[in-house]
Design a protein. Sequence first.
Length: 53
Amino acid sequence: MAKVGNRQRKTLVCSECKEENYRVERNVKNTDKLEMNRYCSRCRKHTVHKEKK
C-alpha cells in the first residue's frame, strides 16, 4: 500500500456480488469505514460498496 501520512489507498467491494471495483484514497486516522453507493459493472446497477477488510 502506498502510504503518505495518514492517507492510504483502500479497495471498495460490492455488497451484492463481492466484486472489487474501486480503489480510493482516504484518511485512516480520524474516519470510520468507508461505505459508498457506486455503480457495479458486474451487477449492472448502483449498489452499496464497502471498504475491504
